[in-house]
Design a protein around this ligand. Structure first.
Ligand SMILES: Cc1cc2nc3c(=O)[nH]c(=O)nc-3n(C[C@H](O)[C@H](O)[C@H](O)COP(=O)(O)O)c2cc1C
Length: 326
């Protein structure tokens, strides 16, 4: 067992959390992660209040374990947030505020509902902003990660944020796919790891099988930071790029985002059709560089057990074996 301040604070067995992924929200995956002793999450930003209640009730039907609901703050989906507050999940996870957006009202309401507050940051200033507003946990997200990320590598950003927000516990995110990544996150001072891409390549992940296969096929060198999927989707993110698979769809529009804006409606329709058809060349697949470490499609629970066992072996055998008396 690896016990940290995060496992204690959240009452979970393993310091391994699923990132809330608004675009691929799946109660089954969240439940599998929570049931395995980690903490699952679903996204609430792009659904209405009724669906939010259904999703939370569905999770509660399947598990009594704690889970998180994730909100992209700039989306400002207050209806779904109000519904989530009624459900009082163990954790309300927030990310990506707009410039100048006041975090305290969101955090205070989550606390009043009885939830812990988690806030994801891609910079030291962002992490301090979250801690000052009362976050219980800060997620330090490195640029290696899948989905919307910024510029700093997790190996640098995690210890910087650990120092800047102490004693608030920190989770490392970005590029973590196995026990080596978990052990390194702990060595950097984090109290656990939050994973996206690795959980997308699991049995319970809702991704189309072709996109799961694309993660296995990726060597991690074929990701690119791009605004193309957001421009096509008509969504403007505050200062974020998305790390995505470089494919025909991205190559067609990269550097020509103005043209994509001109053709936004038809591009959005084509993208949606490609997503549904599992067309890896014409769809959009957000994934991290850690795709290069992902070579199988395990059940999420087996994955967590394997990661934790590998991290334990590193921490109890490999690393201590390197230390000699002077
Ligand atoms: C497809 C996808 C969608 C994501 N959507 C969200 C989101 O809605 N909210 C959020 O806080 N993070 C989101 N993330 C980021 C994850 O929470 C996490 O920080 C990231 O996946 C970590 O890097 P990794 O993919 O290398 O594990 C998303 C990631 C992916 C891959």
């Amino acid at each position: 067992m690896i016990q940290t301040r995060i496992t204690q604070l959240l009452g979970i067995e393993h310091p391994v959390l699923l990132g809330g992924m608004a675009s691929v929200t799946a109660p089954e995956l969240a439940v599998a992660v929570s049931e395995a002793g980690g903490m699952g999450a679903v996204g609430g930003s792009y659904i209405d209040a009724a669906r939010m209640r259904d999703v939370a009730a569905g999770i509660r039907d399947m598990t009594e374990r704690p889970f998180a609901i994730n909100f992209l703050l700039f989306v400002d989906n207050r209806d779904a947030f109000a519904a989530a507050l009624e459900e009082a999940p163990a954790v309300m996870a927030f990310a990506w505020p707009a410039d100048g957006q006041d975090l305290a009202p969101w955090f205070d309401q989550a606390h009043e509902a009885g939830s812990k507050v988690m806030f994801m940051a891609d910079s030291v200033a962002g992490a301090v902003r979250g801690a000052d507003a009362g976050a219980d946990i800060i997620v330090a997200q490195g640029t290696e990660g899948g989905g919307h990320v910024a510029w700093m590598a997790a190996s640098v950003l995690v210890p910087m944020i650990v120092d800047a927000v102490a004693p608030v516990p920190v989770l490392a995110a970005g590029g973590i796919a196995d026990g080596r990544g978990l052990a390194s996150a702990l060595a950097l001072g984090a109290d656990g790891a939050l994973l996206g891409t690795r959980f997308l390549a699991t049995v319970e992940s809702p991704l189309h099988p072709n996109f799961k296969q694309a993660i296995l096929d990726s060597d991690g060198h074929d990701t690119v930071l791009t605004e193309v999927p957001d421009v096509a989707g008509g969504r403007v993110w505050p200062g974020a790029m998305a790390r995505a698979l470089r494919n025909r769809f991205i190559d067609r529009w990269a550097g020509r985002e103005w043209a994509l804006r001109q053709n936004q409606a038809s591009a959005a329709a084509a993208l949606k059709a490609a997503q549904q058809a599992g067309d890896v060349d014409e769809g959009s697949l957000l994934l991290g560089q850690d795709a290069g470490l992902i070579n199988d499609l395990p059940a999420a629970g087996d994955l967590i057990a394997r990661m934790v066992a590998e991290a334990e072996e590193i921490m109890t055998a490999r690393l201590p074996g390197l230390v000699r008396e002077r």
